[in-house]
Design a protein. Structure first.
Length: 66
C-alpha cells in the first residue's frame, strides 16, 4: 500500500514526532508507515486523514497485489 504521509507532513510543516503526538503513536510508527512497512488500522488512518484534512483515499492507495 502506497501512502502520501510524508508529502502531507511537509505540506502541513509537521515532523514525524509532531504527527505522532497528534494521533497518539510513536515517531517510529510514523516512520514505519511512511516506509510502507506498516499498514495502519482504520482508526489510525482516519485520525491521520483528519489531521491533514484529506480523505483516507487521498492518503493511502492500494497497489497491485494488496
Amino acid at each position: 500500500m502506497k501512502n502520501k504521509i510524508k508529502i502531507q507532513r511537509a505540506i502541513h510543516n509537521l515532523t514525524q514526532d509532531d504527527l505522532a503526538k497528534k494521533i497518539s503513536v510513536s515517531r517510529q510508527t510514523i516512520n514505519t508507515m511512511e516506509s510502507g512497512k506498516y499498514v495502519p488500522s482504520t482508526a489510525l488512518a482516519l485520525k491521520m486523514a483528519q489531521v491533514f484534512g484529506v480523505s483516507v483515499e487521498e492518503l493511502f492507495q492500494l497497489e497491485d497485489g494488496d
